[in-house]
Design a protein. Structure first.
Length: 472
């Protein structure tokens, strides 16, 4: 079997595993949110949103790009993985000690003293997450996506079951916090099982780690800037409009994330795959064009259909206290949908070594988002945040310019048709009844696929990929 064909089969097989894992986790995650949000209410759920938002951003930032180095470095020294793990042990110990003393500042800033304790008790999750990334990265390096999917599915399942059990048992907001810690305990143990590396290495050498840190910091610098977006709810919203609004926006964001779950598969696999296309300028441009259309097809209709029925579904699944989430859902969905088509742009620039260009985009994007939100939320409340999500989107013109200079302009035609239809429906759902909004959904997409033959080919292409996977 030729190397390109073998790689293609591994990628398709791995994509299927990761997709199935993502679907399973998304369904259970939605059930988890339904039970917990309904039991806690916006106020106490806001405490969960703030705490876990800070925790997840720290886990993302503290990776320092080293997992990407372990995955993508062509000639990886044998001692590199243990050295990275030893470095993570030292770094996480220092960070956890620092956060123990800084936690009261977060409680003061958000106006919720409970945040101090919830942050302190979630600190073990930081160490466990960091050390488990080493084994997980080595599995991804070997394209063992089945094991990666299994690790993440089992650890998330444990999180959901523990969270729900504790909430129903009267533990309140502590249920999701302890569930998250349990998730990282199981993740670390399973990662060690599939790719054993002792979790208690402490001695590391600067000379060995220097190239990894140099690459990782260059790679992750732009990611740190984008992480500020993930902190907007925990730090900005909670400060300006209160903890209940934080919970309401948190639910809307969570629903959008679950409905656009397949976006994460494209982002994750593109790190391992896009670097192999860099030698062919035309093929890279065509791949970007196709991927944008696929993203718009997989995300737009799902979010648009949910928006049409959100006024009925959210009060029914949660209760009337969460109805405001249905009102701002369309604006958040528009922000996610438009930004999703540029995911491959960013992955391509990363693969080509243009990390600074992605950093420039993230500075402009996050700056616009925070600035507009800070100006509008004191006056418009939740609507101010939703408008900020849309107002920050023109900043993606920068990454379009960067890609065009390197590979030529991608073909946006199919993606723009699909996004345009979704935006019309999403905005219409704010003002129309569920029946009229659903009628608009059927009319827009029906007319779109009727008059545009290129769009009718997209579902066929996705089915062709699936059949090719079966035959291989």
């Amino acid at each position: 079997m030729s190397a390109p064909k073998d790689l293609k089969q591994k990628v398709i097989k791995g994509g299927i595993y990761l997709t199935l894992r993502q679907l399973l986790v998304a369904v259970l995650s939605l059930a988890n949110v339904l039970v917990i949000a309904r039991a806690l209410g916006p106020g106490r759920y806001g405490i969960v949103t703030i705490t876990l938002g800070i925790l997840y951003v720290l886990n993302r930032v503290l990776k320092l790009g080293l997992p990407a180095y372990l995955v993508r470095q062509p000639d990886l020294p044998e001692e590199m993985a243990p050295q990275v793990l030893a470095f993570y042990n030292t770094l996480s110990a220092l960070v956890c000690c620092l956060l123990w003393f800084v936690a009261p500042a977060f409680g003061w800033w958000t106006g919720q003293s409970e945040i101090t304790e919830t942050l302190r008790y979630s600190l073990p999750a930081i160490w466990l997450c960091m050390v488990s990334w080493v084994s997980v990265s080595m599995l991804e390096r070997e394209l063992r996506f089945a094991e990666v999917g299994l690790i993440e599915a089992i650890s998330q399942l444990a999180n959901y079951f523990i969270s729900i059990a504790l909430v129903l048992g009267g533990w309140g907001y502590w249920g999701p916090i302890l569930g998250a810690v349990t998730r990282y305990v199981i993740r670390a143990l399973m990662a060690y099982r599939f790719h054993p590396i002792s979790l208690f290495h402490w001695r590391w050498q600067w000379k060995v780690l220097q190239p990894a840190l140099k690459y990782g910091l260059s790679y992750s610098g732009s990611d740190w800037l984008l992480s500020l977006k993930d902190l907007r709810n925990s730090l900005l919203v909670s400060r300006l409009v209160g903890v209940e609004a934080t919970g309401i926006i948190g639910i809307a964001i969570r629903l959008v994330e679950q409905l656009s779950m397949l976006r994460l598969i494209v982002i994750r696999m593109s790190i391992s795959v896009m670097a192999k296309l860099m030698d062919d300028r035309e093929k890279t441009r065509r791949t970007i064009s196709k991927a944008m259309a696929y993203q718009a097809l997989l995300i737009g209709p799902v979010c648009a259909l949910f928006a049409c029925t959100a006024d009925l579904v959210i009060p029914m699944l949660f209760d009337e206290r969460w109805l405001a989430s249905a009102q701002i859902f369309p604006l958040i969905a528009i922000g996610t949908l438009v930004s999703s088509i540029f995911d491959i742009h960013a992955s391509t620039l990363y693969a080509a070594g243009h990390n600074r260009k992605v950093a420039m985009l993230n500075i402009v994007y996050v700056g616009c988002l925070w600035l507009v939100a800070a100006l509008l939320m004191p006056r418009l409340g939740l609507w101010g945040y939703g408008i900020a999500e849309v107002a920050a989107l023109p900043s993606f013109f920068l990454i379009h310019r960067f890609i065009t200079r390197l590979y030529g302009p991608p073909n946006y035609q199919n993606a723009l048709w699909l996004i345009g239809a979704a935006i019309v429906i999403l905005l219409g759902s704010i003002f129309l009844s569920p029946i009229l909004a659903t009628s608009l959904f059927i009319s827009c997409y029906g007319l779109l696929f009727l008059v545009n033959g290129n769009l009718r080919q997209l579902p066929t292409e996705l089915l062709t990929i699936r059949r090719a996977r079966k035959s291989s």
